[in-house]
Design a binder for this molecule. Structure first.
Ligand code: TYM
Length: 328
């Protein structure tokens, strides 16, 4: 059976970009593959965090996974640190990765900004991510566009390992959607929507209430032409709204463009907000139910158990291929 792996960091407020670029893609994959969806708390440690906040957000992310429609009977949901194979496997792969290739990762360059005081974990972050994926022999990794460079590195490391040691790993590929791979900030459509943006008007939080959603869309930056067209390069604001609307409603972008000919941006903004509210409402209801039910911990325990069954086999093969003496 095909395997799917993806992960999200339990940091900041999860936003519409995370939903459209990644989470929304997870749901149908449950029907066709064995899926592992991870809460990557170890990745979150690569920049300083408040420990209580990290703990709280890790459980909240599990609630969001379930609220969005992940079914624990079909998918394995687990916390990365609950499976120590990730840390152990990452060490082995760090001994395969090269400083040069890690130094070229744009996410490291953006977050590290050349500073000497960033953590060593931030530098080796993509190796841990590669380990996450390779331990499960995943074929498909649903992600947003900002992770595709990490996926290329994952394939490079897998190929190198398979060549230099033994054929241990399946080569994974990224699954990236057409209109949803890079949702832009509402306050600045030249930059992607981001958890770490300064302004709350950058992003729609998955737990934002309807009034807040409408307020944020009303303030979304567009342009002064008042022409509705899909052209991400020249009309990034309007195109971003059309992309979000299309992803939320299931209507193709072309037909939305036709429908909105001659109408003002105000109209498009309000209808996009409404389409988003229609998706967030049931997600938030289920999220609250799940968080109140106390079932999150048992779902995560079951997920971690299945995760270990699969990862243990790969880790053993890695250790053996690299010349470590088997434990008795
Ligand atoms: P993270 O937590 O930053 O983001 C989670 C997912 O959301 C996607 N995403 C977006 N998609 C579209 N538009 C946006 N503006 C946007 N912002 C974020 C991300 O591409 C991602 O798919 N390194 C990963 C976590 C990770 C992982 C893995 C992912 C760790 N191990 C293994 C896949 C497989 C990250 O920081 O995602």
């Amino acid at each position: 059976m095909k395997r799917v792996f993806s992960g999200m960091q339990p940091t900041g407020n999860l936003h519409l970009g995370n939903y459209i670029g990644a989470l929304k893609q997870f749901i149908p994959l449950q029907e066709e593959a064995e899926c592992f969806f991870c809460i990557v708390d170890l990745h979150a440690l690569t920049v300083p965090r408040d420990p209580d906040d990290l703990r709280k957000r890790s459980l909240e992310l599990a609630g969001i996974y379930l609220g969005a429609g992940l079914d624990p009977d079909k998918s394995n949901l687990f916390i990365q640190s609950h499976n120590p194979d990730h840390s152990e496997g990452a060490w082995l792969l760090q001994c395969v990765a090269r400083m040069g290739e890690l130094g070229r990762m744009t996410q490291f360059k953006d977050k590290g900004k050349g500073s000497e005081s960033v953590t060593a974990g931030l530098f080796t972050y993509p190796v841990l991510m590669a380990t996450d994926i390779l331990l499960y022999q995943a074929d498909t990794v649903p992600v947003g566009e900002d992770q595709t460079q990490h996926l290329e590195l994952t394939r490079d490391l897998a190929e190198r390992f398979n060549r230099e040691y033994d054929e241990v790993f399946t080569l994974p590929h990224a699954q990236v959607t057409k209109t949803g791979a890079r949702i832009m900030g509402l306050d600045n459509p030249e930059k992607k929507m981001s958890k770490s943006a300064d302004s709350t008007f950058n992003q729609i939080g998955l737990l934002d209430d309807p009034d807040t959603v409408v307020k944020k869309f009303k303030r979304a930056v567009t342009d002064s032409e008042n022409v509705i067209a899909y052209d991400p390069e020249n009309k990034p604001g309007v195109s971003n709204l059309l992309g979000i609307y299309s992803e939320m409603s299931g209507e193709p972008v072309d037909s939305l463009v036709e429908q909105y000919q001659g109408k003002g941006y105000g109209h498009l903004k309000l209808d996009t907000a409404e389409a988003v509210i229609q998706v967030l409402k049931p997600l938030q209801e289920r999220y609250r139910e799940v968080m109140d039910s106390g079932e999150v911990e048992s779902v995560l325990a079951k997920g971690a158990q299945r995760a270990r069954e699969v990862s243990a086999e790969t880790l053993k093969n890695m250790q053996e291929a690299m010349g470590l003496v088997p434990r008795r």
